[in-house]
Ligand binder design. Structure first.
Ligand SMILES: [Zn+2]
Ligand SMILES: [Zn+2]
Length: 261
């Protein structure tokens, strides 16, 4: 199983410390048919690649994680013989229905072209629940964010990748992640530097100090890959993480890289 990072930035636009990262927001492509979040990173895919995506798992409803979902449904509707399945919490699906697919912001593709053969179907998923798709299992993990949110673990059977989604202090996530068999990669967000800890609390994101508190006494058997860095602060956040977590292997996740799982 391959996980291709289409986008992992905390904002659009690249910055000097991103060194060539195109800077799209969160989107991870598992093999060629499962998408985790549909942020602006999806823009790197051509129409054939978009049409091969059968399942989208959404961590939450914020725009930087769903921006390309309405557009990709429209773009590939004619090329696909079946609806795209969107998996998310019931709360997230209700928000999408009410505020995006409401025939005001975007057509209601849960009923278009027809209620019997729509462009998209919604599948509610609860934390702790898993979906297995051709040998790959996606399990919803807890997240603590400003809106209902979840993270995901993706397992190939032998190996596993965990992704925090957007979250702040979240000991339950780390307890579950440490128990995952075959854990190879942990993608965790760190949106803000420690100087903005008040903002991190208010926006329900991590800063280095908050991650270090969660990881105290935990021995993680996988490299930490840091996502959702706000472009002007990327280098500073990484420096603070390395200082706060001595001995813990970590680096910035990069748009365009492919992780083997
Ligand atoms: Zn968010
Ligand atoms: Zn976000």
């Amino acid at each position: 199983m391959n996980v291709r990072v289409l986008g992992c930035s905390g904002a659009i636009g690249s910055s000097a410390d991103a060194a060539g990262d195109p800077g799209g927001t969160t989107a991870l492509l598992v093999d060629d048919d499962i998408l985790i979040d549909a942020g602006t990173g999806v823009a790197v895919l051509d129409d054939d690649a978009l049409a091969r995506i059968d399942h989208v798992f959404l961590t939450h409803s914020h725009l930087d994680h769903i921006a390309y979902l309405p557009l990709m449904i429209d773009a590939v509707g004619d090329a696909r013989g079946a609806p795209l399945t969107v998996h998310a919490s019931r709360a997230t699906l209700d928000i999408l229905q009410a505020h995006i697919f409401n025939n005001l912001i975007w057509p209601d593709f849960t009923r278009i072209p027809s209620p019997e053969a729509p462009g998209v179907r919604f599948e509610a998923l609860e934390v702790g629940e898993s979906w297995t798709l051709n040998g790959r299992t996606v399990t919803a993990l807890p997240a603590q964010h400003a809106v209902p949110s979840m993270g995901f673990a993706v397992s190939s059977g032998d190996a596993c990748l965990a992704f925090s989604g957007d979250t702040t202090t979240n000991p339950e996530f780390w307890a579950l992640v440490c128990a995952l068999p075959g854990l190879r990669h942990v993608i965790v967000e760190t949106a803000f530097p420690d100087a903005q800890i008040v903002t991190a609390h208010a926006a329900h994101h991590y800063c280095p100090r908050l991650i270090a508190e969660d990881l105290r006494g935990i021995e993680l058997k996988a490299e930490l890959l840091i996502s959702h860095l706000k472009p002007p602060h990327g280098a500073q956040i990484l420096e603070e993480l390395r200082a706060a977590l001595p001995g813990v292997p970590l680096r910035a996740l990069r748009g365009g890289e492919v992780l083997e799982v």
